[in-house]
Design a binder for this molecule. Structure first.
Ligand code: HPA
Ligand code: MG
Length: 218
């Protein structure tokens, strides 16, 4: 795993190469009900949290004195969003300026088993028109659909932060303004990411094995 800090927005994330073998599950603790369902740990929880702290610092540098509305994309983004908000809060408490933050939530759903479905649904979330004139940091698996919806309301600035970016072969791959890790094109679970609603209660980001896929298939 090769990392590079970069300066701020535009800096690269930690790049996890295709031949990265991951960490043995035996080196960490994880819920007993997932024993036998996972292949390996791709990113341990501690590294996720440390990298998120740096993203928080980069974001704070870029937003200046503006107040922000954090739009968390549920459900998979809730851990990243919570940790990111916590780091921004802590960093701003220890600096000159205290950034005012509002947090809102939307839900996007497009996955069934480990396959992406064609239609994207935006479920719930408050009135997006409230975002007008505010700066937004979207977190989670942010989709173009959502951005198109938000842009209608002409916010002063929109920034997208995502913990993970997958190296897919698709040419339309969206690049967020901030991201934690660039990972191989693998289906991963944990840290709020699910496989049919399972594995959200796993702290580390892991690769699911065939047994796990079969066990929780719907
Ligand atoms: N895991 C869980 N949910 C996802 C993934 C993934 O790898 N990719 C897109 N949604
Ligand atoms: Mg999901």
């Amino acid at each position: 795993m090769a990392g590079q800090g970069g300066s701020s927005a535009g800096g690269r994330g930690v790049v996890i190469s295709d031949n990265w073998p991951g960490y043995s599950l035996d080196l960490f603790t994880y819920p007993q009900h997932y024993y036998g369902d996972l292949e390996y740990v791709l990113i341990p929880h501690g590294i996720i949290v440390d990298r998120t702290e740096r993203l928080a610092k980069d974001i704070m540098q870029d937003i200046g004195d503006n107040d922000i509305v954090v739009l968390c994309v549920l459900k998979g983004g809730y851990k990243f969003c919570a940790d990111l908000v916590e780091h921004i809060k802590n960093l701003s408490r220890n600096s000159e300026r205290f950034i005012s933050m509002k947090v809102d939530f939307v839900r996007l759903k497009s996955y069934h088993n480990d396959q992406s479905m064609q239609d994207m649904q935006i479920i719930g979330g408050d009135d997006l028109s409230k975002l007008t004139g505010k700066d937004i940091v979207g977190t989670g698996r942010t989709m173009k659909v959502l951005l198109n919806n938000i842009e209608k309301y002409k916010p002063k600035m929109i920034k997208v932060a995502s913990l993970l970016v997958k190296r897919t072969s698709r040419p339309d791959g969206y690049r967020p303004d901030y991201y934690g890790f660039e990972i191989p094109d693998l289906f991963v679970v944990g840290y709020a990411l699910d496989y049919n609603e399972h594995f959200r209660d796993l702290n580390h980001i892991c690769v699911i094995n065939d047994h796990g896929k079969a066990k929780y298939r719907v």
